[in-house]
Structure formats: structure tokens, C-alpha cells
Ligand binder design. Structure first.
Ligand code: NAD
Ligand code: IPM
Ligand code: MN
Length: 352
């Protein structure tokens, strides 16, 4: 029996609604597989936890997670209780950074049964490879003056190691896919980091002669996600550019509520973390209408990560069959509840 230990952090808002749904699905996957078991340790770390304890997770929080095979997270952020930069910085971003989850992979592709808002969508299948540990998300900087002359500096950090690592990852992935890598740049306006990014991209590309490359400025690339997403395969981007592109990717799929993500640790020292692209959606929390597909597709990415590719494929097929049957949440044009969608996915899994 293969036993996978999950550290589960539902977090805030709809994270608390969609995580239990995805765990229900994983239990069924384990049952179908027969030789796979999930055990989970739940951590109530969230903005509410912060209000009670003055911190987003206990002092030994990270070490409580280290023995798990993966962290399975919902969403973090409840701006009514805690400022976002404190809640996210103290939990989600802390785990990404401390666990050296240096790569964030975020697929954007058309699922059967979900209608893209694009007028004439052509089949697209993009994998965004987002740098996940440095870049624009740096804590270096601060306020230099106060009052009327206040100046705030935010330094972006681009290391040779970090940039070449993420670009190399993108090329490796492209070799297993359609063999194309698009680099998101902005070297026409950002004069230090982005020319450096381009230089490393060019350097790494020389080792992958069989992979086609192109470089696009992030503003134009954002437009291309709308006008010709079918021309993209792997898209490699800095931390912030990748963040923005992944919401556009989610939007052209049909909803931010369906997009999954994996924060990957490459050196094997710490677990990777799986979480959907969306946030805690305070505007719909408590109504039972959150789309659980982002979290459930995220579970599929975790299965792939565990080497359970067959189960991963089965799960994605079950998601697509249930969408084709019309059981959908409101964000993608239906009127079903979160748990009705999960029930339908489970029923489809059992029928496979
Ligand atoms: P959001 O993704 O939470 O919501 C954006 C919009 O998408 C909202 O209208 C929301 O209702 C909708 N939406 C999101 N997920 C959905 C789902 N599963 N089903 C149906 N509709 C869904 O982004 P936001 O409003 O910018 O942020 C809200 C909070 O979440 C903030 O505190 C933010 O910092 C945090 N956040 C956390 C993460 C994360 O934990 N990974 C990601 C993004 C935002
Ligand atoms: C995401 C989120 C986070 C990010 C925020 C909440 C810090 O938007 O996971 O996409 O920017 O990485
Ligand atoms: Mn984001």
C-alpha cells in the first residue's frame, strides 16, 4: 500500500469550502486505485488563527509540514481581519520561500464542457512556468522619506541561479510537450532585470536546439493570450508576470475558479505545495457556490506529482464528463452548488 501524507491547510474563505470537496474526491481515487492511501493532517492556519494567536502559523509550523509528502492548500487572505501582506507573507509566501518551491506551474487549457469567453476560441493548451521565489516579490526596499516627499523603493531580485533554473525547467517541460517556449520579457522598459532575463533565456536555449523559442513583451503577450492563445505552449515568466498571466489563462479557460497550480520544490529537501490559482473569494464565501474545480484539478496535479499519472488522467476526464453533463457552478454559467459539482465528479469517477 502506498501511503501519501498530506498536510492540509484550508486557509481562509472559500478555501474552507473547496478543500474538503477535493479531499472527498481523493478518497474516492484511493478507493478506485486500491493500493493508494491518503492520510491528512489538518492545520487551521488562517487569518482567524492570526486574530487569536498573533501569527499566521505557530513558530514550529514549517517543521510540522516537513514530513508530509505534499502540502495541500486552499487560499489565504481575509482583508477584513488581517492586511493581505501580513496574512500572505506569514503563510503562503513563507511556505513557498522557505520550502524552496522555486517553480510554480499553472496550466491553462480548454476543458470539455466549459465555455471560454473568447468569441472564437481555438484549442489552446498552455503551461505557465512561473518563477516562484524571487523577482518582483522581494522584501528588499522600504520608505526613504516621509511626508510629501515620501519615496518607497521596492527592489526586484533576479539571480542567475533563479532565472536559469526556471528557464531550464520550462525547456525540459517543452521537450515533453509541443516543443515551444515563449519567454515573457519587458526589456524595452525595465532596463536591468529584463535584459538579464533575456540574456539567460538565450544562453539556456542554446542547450535545447530542438525547442522553438520566442520572446514577447509582457504587455503584448497578455494580449496574445486573448487573441491567439493556441500559438503558445510553455510560457516562462518572472514571479509577477507569471502571476498576472495565470489569471488571464484562467479567464480564457472560463473562470478563475477552475485554474490549478503546483509550487514545486526541485531539490527534494521540502515538500511541494498544491493550491488553486484563485484566492479566498470573500464575495462568495459562505454561499456554497464556489467552484470546486480549481481545487480538484489541483488534486490531479498532486497525483501527477506523486507519479499517479493514470489516476490524474482519470480525474481530469471525470471533471470534463461532469462539465459536459451541465452540473456547473454560477461562475461558468450553471446554477449548481459546490457539493453538487463534487458529487457529479465523484459519480463520474465511479462510472469510469
Ligand atoms: P479571488 O481569486 O479570491 O477572487 C476574484 C474573483 O473570482 C471574485 O469575484 C471571486 O468570487 C471569484 N472566484 C475566485 N475563486 C472562485 C471560485 N472557486 N469559484 C467561483 N468564483 C471564484 O481574488 P481577490 O478578490 O483578488 O482576492 C481575495 C483574497 O484572496 C485576498 O485576500 C487575496 O490576497 C487572496 N488571494 C489568495 C490567493 C492564494 O491564497 N493563493 C490567491 C489570490 C488571492
Ligand atoms: C497567487 C496569488 C499570490 C501571488 C498572492 C495572494 C500573494 O495571487 O498565488 O497567484 O501573487 O503569488
Ligand atoms: Mn495570483
Amino acid at each position: 500500500m502506498k501511503q501519501m501524507e498530506l498536510a492540509v491547510i484550508p486557509g481562509d474563505g472559500i478555501g474552507k469550502e473547496v478543500v474538503p470537496e477535493a479531499l472527498r474526491v481523493l478518497d474516492v481515487i484511493a478507493e478506485i486505485h486500491g493500493g493508494l492511501k491518503f492520510s491528512s493532517t489538518h492545520h487551521p492556519w488562517s487569518s482567524e488563527y492570526y486574530v487569536e494567536h498573533g501569527e499566521m502559523m505557530p513558530k514550529d509550523g514549517l517543521s510540522q509540514l516537513t514530513q508530509s509528502d505534499a502540502v495541500f492548500l486552499g487560499a489565504v487572505g481575509d482583508p477584513a481581519l488581517v492586511a493581505d501582506h501580513i496574512s500572505l507573507g506569514g503563510l503562503l509566501l513563507k511556505i513557498r520561500r522557505e520550502f524552496e518551491q522555486v517553480i510554480n506551474i499553472r496550466p491553462a487549457k480548454q476543458l470539455k464542457g466549459i465555455v471560454s469567453p473568447l468569441a472564437n476560441p481555438r484549442d489552446f493548451d498552455i503551461m505557465i512556468v512561473r518563477e516562484n521565489s524571487e523577482g518582483e516579490y522581494s522584501s528588499i526596499g522600504g520608505s526613504v522619506h516621509s511626508g510629501e516627499d515620501e519615496i518607497v523603493i521596492q527592489n526586484a531580485v533576479f539571480t542567475k541561479k533563479g532565472v536559469s533554473r526556471v528557464i531550464q525547467y520550462a525547456f525540459e517541460l517543452a521537450q515533453q510537450r509541443s516543443g515551444r517556449v515563449t519567454s515573457a520579457t519587458k526589456s524595452n522598459g525595465i532596463v536591468h532585470s529584463m535584459p538579464f532575463w533575456d540574456e539567460v533565456f538565450k544562453e539556456v536555449s542554446t542547450n535545447y536546439k530542438n525547442v522553438q523559442t520566442n520572446s514577447e513583451h509582457i504587455d503584448a503577450l497578455s494580449a496574445f493570450f486573448i487573441t491567439k492563445p493556441q500559438t503558445m505552449d510553455v510560457v516562462v515568466a518572472s514571479n509577477l508576470f507569471g502571476d498576472i498571466l495565470s489569471d488571464i489563462g484562467a479567464a480564457i479557460m472560463g473562470s478563475i475558479g477552475i485554474a490549478p497550480a503546483g509550487n514545486i520544490n526541485l531539490n527534494g529537501k521540502y515538500p511541494s505545495m498544491f493550491e488553486p490559482v484563485h484566492g479566498s473569494a470573500p464575495d462568495i464565501f459562505g454561499k456554497g457556490i464556489a467552484n470546486p474545480i480549481g481545487q480538484i484539478w489541483t488534486a490531479k496535479m498532486m497525483l501527477d506529482h506523486f507519479g499517479e499519472l493514470e489516476m490524474g488522467t482519470l480525474l481530469l476526464e471525470a471533471i470534463e464528463s461532469s462539465m459536459q453533463s451541465g452540473i456547473k457552478t454560477a461562475d461558468i454559467g450553471g446554477s449548481s452548488s459546490t457539493s453538487e459539482v463534487t458529487d457529479e465528479i465523484i459519480a463520474n469517477l465511479r462510472n469510469k
